[in-house]
Design a protein around this ligand. Structure first.
Ligand SMILES: NC(=O)c1ccc[n+]([C@@H]2O[C@H](COP(=O)([O-])OP(=O)(O)OC[C@H]3O[C@@H](n4cnc5c(N)ncnc54)[C@H](OP(=O)(O)O)[C@@H]3O)[C@@H](O)[C@H]2O)c1
Length: 247
């Protein structure tokens, strides 16, 4: 396929780096966002070059903040060029029962996981439509599909993403731009490995395939959704969760 430019938010994270790797291996120029460097950007860039990505660029950005996203988009346009593939991957958890959930804990998760999808997509969607080709992929979660104790904020943010996906997919379908959601189950990344061992084991027992997902399995799916071959898939939610949730 012809080379495109792909932007993955939160591409230095556990899942994000696997997505960047797959998109790089597919021959796309890869761009990511990061919140703080601490030597991670140079390491990421080196890794991307090792994967054969034609180029790798990282821009600092707080996806929960509109002005920061606007500045990042300007930087990416001037340093790399137009973005053809956007993966809204950055996200956080801040779990607690609803009884104990603070307004701040709600607000921070909604702003980082959901407002971010507006803040970032808004920067690039018009350009994709004008050029007649684009791919927007929103990384949600199995817990946005089924709900989870202690995750009213996270599940609401992830379910909200798919409402956004379906609506924008309808608006962009005639312009050659597809918009899809990917809803991963539990993956072997820091987000899950930071849980207490006992809690993690309990989760694994509930997964029919009896294991955590590999970030690369999600990366592979996202690289496919970003390809020419996936042009007839839009407005879809693709579950990839080892059978944890079936519909
Ligand atoms: N791991 C799982 O089991 C799992 C399952 C389902 C869905 N997901 C989803 O997959 C996505 C990636 O998760 P992960 O497991 O890779 O977690 P992770 O390793 O903690 O990575 C999260 C990424 O989000 C970025 N981020 C957080 N807040 C941000 C902000 N305000 N502005 C910009 N970037 C921000 C972080 O950037 P910095 O590192 O630069 O701070 C980091 O790269 C998330 O949306 C998560 O909800 C994960």
């Amino acid at each position: 396929m012809s080379q495109k430019t792909a932007l993955v938010t939160g591409g230095l994270g556990g899942l994000g780096s696997a997505i960047c790797e797959r998109l790089g291996r597919a021959g796309h120029a890869v761009v990511t966002t990061y919140t703080s460097d601490k030597g991670r950007v140079a390491q990421w860039r080196e890794h991307m070059q090792g994967c054969g990505a034609p180029s790798a660029y990282a821009a600092q950005c707080d996806v929960s903040d509109w002005d920061s996203c606007a500045a990042m988009a300007e930087e990416v346009r001037s340093q790399v060029g137009e973005v053809d593939i956007l993966v809204n991957n950055a996200g956080i958890t801040q779990d607690s029962s609803f009884k104990k959930m603070s307004h701040e804990g709600w607000d921070q998760v909604l702003r980082t996981n959901l407002d971010s999808v507006f803040n970032v997509t808004k920067q690039f969607a018009d350009g994709m439509a004008e050029r007649g080709w684009g791919r927007i992929i929103n990384v949600a979660s199995v817990n946005g599909r089924k709900g989870q104790f202690g995750q009213c904020n996270y599940a609401a943010s992830k379910a909200g993403m798919h409402g956004f996906t379906m609506s924008l997919a309808r608006e962009m379908a005639r312009k050659g731009v597809t918009v899809n959601t990917v809803s991963p189950g539990y993956l072997a990344t820091d987000m899950v490995m930071d849980m207490k061992e006992e809690v993690r084991q309990q989760i694994i027992e509930t997964i029919p395939v009896q294991r955590l997902g590999e970030p690369d399995e999600i990366g592979s799916l996202i690289a496919y959704l970003a390809s020419e071959d996936a042009g007839f898939i839009t407005g879809a939610n693709v579950d990839i969760n080892g059978g944890l949730h079936m519909e």
